[in-house]
Design a protein around this ligand. Structure first.
Ligand code: FAD
Length: 411
């Protein structure tokens, strides 16, 4: 059987490895990190068929510009005179329109629903990662946000998703874990959640059973070619022969693609999270605090808060206290009983979401390098979309018809 090399052992690389190995491929994974703390680990763990509208949408440019002048805002583009950023910005502008959103909705919905089904299959065999289907509450405090949320919910209903519109009193009936200070909420019944670190632990154990070779702390540096085909992968730990390559390097994908002569526009969207243990009063339903764009997820007995999106570069590893304070303020505003203090830096996690300017992931066979497949650019939905991505990658590598249409997931 062919040997498939996967570059990147985040959730996308691991799920791709799982379905490839199940199909009978010999699979090897390379990751430059220790594979225990990257973007796939500290995220909010939400599986979100509700998120069918991509980040590139009408109104986002104007909103983004307003937010750029607020140091605690949830979205920020670090201004730099850099050609990658300018190219990304122009592409984002090109995609932020109703026509793109209309085409994106069914594509994201189908990918998301397939992914959720696959998570259900995993959860049936093993519940070590606390998979739960409680839906997602979009909580809001202002009439303006309510109008935006209603518009999105109507789109979701048109796409066939089940949505409940709740008053403040109805929110209190659904959210029994703690007091909420909101104008109302929208309950997407389609959504689920899990504990990311525990899921990654589970999938790594499955890969070991499937005899997948995992190489942490191994940086892929270059490629050797023969007639538009990668024959060898050059790493800092040696050179490895390969038949197929899957590029799943998240925010680092552009520099590796460049070595292959392919331009991929992805910028890291830095976000933070912190996880609290043993809180007496805590939300019981995964929620998004809409005005602050803060994600709140119960994970077994823990509670995780995540937020902010700073479009930046991968060398930017500083924790921006103002933005973290913005998250803390939102939590205390929405959940007055919780009284959350600013977390210490050592307890604050950050990750780089691999953001494409279209807001769509890239799941495709390269046209230039015959044995290369892309599995990257999942931005804020990588956990949600990982199993479906892994399944599609396996179908693409095997030359089979894909389970869902991939035409919206091209470069
Ligand atoms: C605050 C926050 C909250 C989030 N919440 C959610 C959520 O609720 N639901 C959801 O669906 N998504 C969420 N996300 C997004 C999700 O975490 C990402 O989309 C996902 O982790 C991306 O996975 P990945 O495998 O593509 O990338 P990564 O996890 O970044 O993996 C890429 C891997 O490639 C490796 N790599 C890079 N270059 C090389 C090289 N040269 N050689 C070897 N290895 C290399 C890296 O070390 C890395 O481990 C959130 C993100 C953040 C920051």
């Amino acid at each position: 059987m062919k040997k498939v090399s996967i570059i990147g052992g985040g959730i996308i690389g691991l799920c791709s490895a799982y379905y490839l190995a199940k199909e009978g491929y010999e699979v090897i994974i390379f990751d430059q990190s220790a594979m225990n703390d990257g973007c796939s680990y500290g995220n909010a763990g939400m599986i979100v068929p509700s998120h069918i509208i991509p980040l590139a949408q009408p109104g986002m440019i104007a909103q983004g510009i307003k937010w750029m002048f607020d140091s605690q805002s949830p979205f920020y583009v670090k201004p730099r005179l850099n050609s990658d950023l300018i190219k990304w910005g122009l592409q984002f502008y090109k995609h932020a329109n109703a026509k793109h959103v209309e085409k994106a909705i069914p594509a994201l919905r189908d990918l998301s629903l397939l992914s959720k089904e696959l998570y259900q299959d995993f959860a049936l065999t093993n519940d070590s990662f606390f998979y739960e289907e409680k839906g997602l509450l979009m909580l809001y405090k202002t009439e303006k946000t309510a109008a935006e949320m209603f518009h999105e919910a109507k789109e979701a209903e048109k796409a066939g998703l089940k949505v409940n519109y709740l008053s403040a009193a109805e929110v209190a009936k659904v959210e029994k874990g703690t007091v909420t200070n909101v104008l109302g909420g929208i309950h997407y019944k389609s959504d689920a959640h899990l504990y990311p670190q525990k899921f990654l632990q589970f999938i790594k154990e499955e890969l070991t059973k499937l005899k997948v070779e995992i190489h942490p702390l191994t940086t892929v540096q270059d490629f050797l070619f023969d007639h538009h085909k990668i024959t060898k992968i050059v790493t800092d730990k040696g050179t490895f022969a390969t038949d197929e390559v899957v590029l799943a390097a998240g925010s680092w994908s552009p520099s590796l693609a460049k070595k292959l002569g392919i331009s991929v526009s992805i910028l890291p969207g830095k976000g933070y999270s912190f996880t609290l243990k043993d809180k007496k009063h805590k939300p019981s339903i995964p929620s998004i605090l809409c005005e602050g764009k803060v994600a709140v997820t119960p994970m077994n007995t823990d509670i995780r808060f995540g937020g902010t999106m700073e479009i930046t570069h991968t060398a930017d590893t500083k924790i921006n206290k103002n933005r973290l304070q913005g998250i803390v303020n939102s939590i205390n505003d929405f959940y007055p009983e919780m009284e959350i203090a600013m977390p210490e830096e050592k307890d604050t996690w950050f990750g780089f979401r691999p953001c494409t300017p279209s807001g769509m992931p890239i799941i495709m066979r390269s046209q230039k390098v015959v044995n290369l497949t892309f599995a990257t650019g999942h931005a804020m939905m990588g956990l949600s979309l990982a199993p479906a991505t892994g399944k599609l990658i396996t179908e693409i590598v095997s030359g089979k018809t894909t389970s869902v249409d991939t035409k919206m997931f091209q470069l």
